[in-house]
Unconditional design. Structure first.
Length: 157
């Protein structure tokens, strides 16, 4: 968290004129609680056993299950999404996951007459973008730089 805060501090805007300086500092004051939340969320997830990279933004994601099953790369951004951690979820570097995305690592087998539980890992490669309201089903691999369209249901690689 301190490295992330140091990065933000070193790369902040430094206005020269008084009017712009006042605007910048009022905004910093008003959004301080949001910035603190964004910096603390990865720390809390790490304490639960997840591997979370540098400068990762988690938004207000709902992450259920064993946090040790989650690995997130550097500079990855999440909107308000849902991740069910029945199995491993591996997310690469510089990935964007928009609002409403469902990442489901478990379901029921449709071919099984007893409707048994089926789980499989999900992998999202570097530089991928998973757009709004997409659903990733168990066992899916999203390749490097791939784009999953808004509202898509992904059941195959």
């Amino acid at each position: 968290m301190l490295r992330d805060f140091a990065y933000l501090f070193l790369h902040r805007e430094r206005p020269q004129e008084l009017k712009r300086w006042l605007i910048v500092w009022v905004k910093r004051f008003l959004y301080l609680h949001s910035v603190i939340f964004l910096l603390l969320a990865p720390v809390l997830l790490r304490r639960k056993g997840a591997v979370v990279g540098r400068l990762t933004v988690l938004g207000k994601s709902l992450i259920e299950g064993n946090s040790a099953n989650l690995t997130i790369g550097n500079e990855t951004s999440f909107g308000r999404c849902h991740i069910a951690l029945h199995d491993r979820v591996t997310i690469g570097n510089r990935v964007v996951v928009n609002d409403g995305v469902e990442i489901l690592t478990a379901s029921h087998s449709l071919s099984d007459p007893q409707w048994r539980h089926k789980k499989a890992p999900i992998v999202i490669g570097d530089y991928a973008w998973v757009a709004t309201n997409a659903i990733l089903l168990p066992g899916v691999t999203i390749g490097r730089g791939a784009v999953v369209g808004a509202g898509a249901v992904v059941r195959n690689d």
